[in-house]
Design a protein around this ligand. Structure first.
Ligand SMILES: Cc1ncc(C[n+]2csc(CCOP(=O)(O)OP(=O)(O)O)c2C)c(N)n1
Ligand SMILES: [Mg+2]
Length: 747
């Protein structure tokens, strides 16, 4: 059911389960009572959703599928949300319980069953995700994970991107030569973004981070809290002080709030129509809190009889939205019992046929496992990015703060700043945000002050040149920064964000590991998050101490789907950042703080087209006796050690990897074959570090070429202490490296 999308086309909703084709968002119950046709339509969708759940439960008991989680009890709320909005026009970031929502948007029962069996033809993930982890390009359902609440920040970034494209429609045009050739862009000025979650998940920090930005930026996001009173076995009052989330969020500015009986389809529909109208009018976000029930326990792996009283479960059963709507149809004479029976039989049959079709579907091949870890369209190691020639000195370009004209050597900080200026000029889809990255959030001040532009001044002058819409400060919340970037990137924009210090990347780790890096693989190539995260990293600061000196790059190279770059000098930083921005994969761009303004590694501004492909190491010093594989701040320290080694007759070949994922295995192998002795050196702790992987692979694949064991040099297995005496001892020094070189040569 995927179709090619264009920027102007508004796809018609696909046929909805139950053979319905509603014109979503155009219902008019606010004028009076809901029409009988609409009530029947809602009942059909709710009933079909319940039956697909029931059929899946049977399949699970027969061991024909491997997981089941139902939307039972949530159907009224979900169908109402879908009918108030427009699939393929508005945007959706649902959670795992949203079967009725997705059914009403246009995901078919067969597609749901294909996911349950893990079929190759499962359009949401090709057999990679559990059932009910939704995704549909046509319907604008962006792939969601099992992680509770991460999707909310994606919804926020998505809404920001939609607004940006609406204000700057020219930026949506397809451009060849970079990621834009592969990112479809669609937008509408009055689009709404819906995201949903359970009441237990409102305890997550990211819930509050999402409300923060949606409120502050008056974004058209509808937050739907499906409150079934439990988070697995944990009742609502344990998660939510006072037991009611509506009361806690009531003071967020710009919001429209609604608290409804989530088992009453009509009340829900009215609530969502008001919420959508508030958002479409540009007044801000909306918060719909629906109280519903959970008749089927949390999932098939859970039994609520273990922790809920009989009386409580019976009271819940009395509020079953499906039974309630059926009673209403009968009571109001909209359908007779026979008509209801006939309708239900037809829908039972539909669920049954969907299951049968799915059970016959082809399964994914083992060969397909590695598809879509990275972009297959745009390879950042390719010759497209091999423009490593430097522009003639004196040519224009670069930024105010750094890369101005001329051939004078510039620092790494200057040339990163210059690259950001160049790329933002070239590509208007780039937005840049983070903590303190703007020149001044209060723009008027810029008439009299110079501006901040980052705690290290790397983003200086960008807001002044490109305006506050493209360069702005984020809240002090790292998950917010990365989560929004996932949403921006899903819409085809290029967020280039900053995490202020590597030491504080950890709140964003969930978003990086489970969302940013996974988006392409888990959606089987349908969605992607090609954002750039710039992060100052590392120690040698004399007093940087524990929380301003951390390394830890191997934690990120251990994440499939994420490119990790770590330049050691100004020119490499400039060329690699350009590749990072232009490519179609998410990139973690690590900038060593100590190298920002070092004399070592300065270079003239290389021009606005200077790019370096990923995965190409540089021999920074040729030698024949010992190979030293390294990167980052160890490069200049290794050079010092190599000079001293030379005085003792030992010629060291130093390889600067420049990018850690991908890394240049061919260059390592060629050098090791030449020298037969190798050291892998890095600043990070030695145990479980980046060098362990490289050393293991050398031992495995180059064993016969070695004349000595593979050596590693790294910091001690502690954090970095404040007192310089301790810092010097903890981090590897030129002497540490020299000692390893001489020992290895003597082996
Ligand atoms: C970040 C995260 N932590 C824990 C889990 C495990 N988990 C899955 S569902 C769930 C409870 C969610 O409850 P609630 O938000 O109320 O949604 P409900 O399932 O009740 O609809 C938990 C703890 C998870 N998926 N993600
Ligand atoms: Mg719950």
């Amino acid at each position: 059911m995927e179709v090619a999308l264009s920027s102007t086309r508004v796809p018609k909703p696909a046929a909805v389960g139950g053979g319905l084709s509603p014109e979503h968002g155009t219902l008019g119950p606010e004028d009076g009572a809901l029409s009988p046709e609409l009530l029947v339509r809602i009942y059909r969708l709710m009933y079909l959703s319940r039956r697909v759940d029931d059929r899946e439960i049977l399949l699970k008991r027969q061991q024909k599928i491997f997981f089941q989680i139902s939307g039972a009890g949530h159907e009224a709320l979900q169908v109402a949300a879908a009918l108030a909005l427009k699939p393929g026009y508005d945007w959706f970031f649902p959670y795992y319980r949203d079967r009725a929502l997705c059914l009403a948007l246009g995901v078919t029962p067969t597609e749901m069953m294909l996911q349950a069996v893990g079929a190759a033809t499962d359009p949401a993930s090709g057999g990679r995700q559990m059932p009910t982890h939704w995704s549909s390009k046509t319907l604008h359902i962006v792939s969601t994970s099992s992680s509770t609440t991460t999707q909310l920040l994606h919804a926020v970034g998505c809404a920001e991107a939609g607004r940006y494209f609406s204000r700057h429609p020219d930026t949506a045009e397809k451009v060849s030569g970079d990621y834009r050739a592969f990112r479809e862009v669609e937008f509408h000025g009055d689009e709404v973004v819906l995201t949903s979650l359970g009441e237990g998940s409102t305890s997550q920090g990211e819930f509050w981070e999402a409300l923060n930005t949606a409120s502050n930026r008056k974004l058209p996001v509808v937050f739907l809290v499906e409150d079934n009173g439990y988070a697995i076995s944990v009742p609502v009052e344990v998660n939510t002080p006072g037991g009611n989330i509506s009361r806690l969020v009531a003071n967020f500015p710009n919001f429209h709030f609604a608290e409804v009986d989530g088992t009453d389809a009509e009340a829900c529909l009215r609530a969502f129509q008001e919420a959508a109208a508030h958002c479409r009018a540009g007044k801000g976000p909306a918060f719909v809190h629906g109280h519903c029930v959970r008749p089927y326990s949390h999932s098939l792996s859970d039994d609520d009889k273990l922790y809920r009283s009989t009386a409580e479960r019976e009271a819940d059963a009395m509020r079953d939205p499906l039974a309630k709507l059926q009673m209403r149809l009968l009571r109001e004479g909209i359908l007779t019992e026979e008509q209801i029976n006939a309708l239900e039989q037809q829908l039972d049959q539909e669920a049954e046929e969907a299951a049968e079709r799915a059970l016959e579907a082809p399964l994914p091949t083992v060969e397909s496992i590695t598809d879509h870890v990275y972009s297959a369209d745009l390879d950042p190691t390719s010759s497209l990015f091999a423009t490593e020639q430097v522009q003639a000195p004196g040519s224009a370009g670069g930024g105010k703060a750094g890369g101005e004209k001329g051939s004078s050597p510039r620092t790494m900080a200057d040339l990163i700043n210059a690259c950001l200026h160049d790329e933002m000029r070239r590509d208007k889809r780039i937005v840049l945000y983070g903590e303190d990255v703007a020149d001044a959030s209060r723009e008027a001040a810029l008439e009299e002050v110079k501006g901040k532009g980052g705690v290290f001044k790397l983003t200086a002058g960008l807001q002044t040149e490109f305006g506050s819409e493209r360069v702005f400060n984020s809240p002090l919340a790292e998950a917010n920064i990365v989560g929004r970037a996932v949403g921006y990137a899903a819409r085809g924009m290029k967020p280039v964000v900053e995490i202020q210090f590597f030491d504080y990347i950890w709140p964003a780790m969930h978003q990086i590991h489970n969302e940013l890096a996974l988006m392409r693989w888990r959606s089987n190539g349908v969605w992607a998050s090609p954002a750039v995260i710039r992060v100052p990293i590392g120690g040698y600061l004399t007093g940087g101490s524990i929380y301003h000196s951390q390394s830890g790059e191997s934690i990120f190279t251990h994440i499939p789907g994420l490119r990790v770059v770590f330049p050691s000098n100004a020119l490499d930083a400039n060329g690699l950042l350009r590749t990072a921005i232009r490519c179609d994969d998410p990139v973690l761009f690590l900038e060593h703080k100590r190298l920002y303004r070092e004399t070592y590694g300065r270079a003239p501004y290389p021009g606005p087209e200077f790019a370096i492909p990923f995965g190409k190491a540089k021999i920074v010093r040729p030698g024949s006796h010992v190979t030293l594989v390294t990167y980052g701040a160890i490069v200049p320290r290794a050079l010092q050690a190599a000079q001293k080694a030379k005085q003792q007759g030992v010629e060291v070949e130093i390889l600067d990897l420049r990018t850690l994922n991908p890394y240049d295995w061919e260059a390592i192998a060629a050098s090791v074959k030449k020298t037969s002795r190798v050291i892998v050196a890095h600043e990070d702790m030695i145990s479980w570090g980046y060098g362990a992987e490289i050393a293991a692979r050398i031992a495995d694949e180059l064993f016969e070429h070695l004349d000595a064991p593979v050596r590693r040099v790294g910091s001690m297995d502690t954090f970095v202490a404040y007192q310089p005496l301790l810092e010097d001892a903890i981090l590897p020094q030129p002497e540490t490296i020299l000692k390893a070189i001489l020992e290895l040569k003597a082996y």
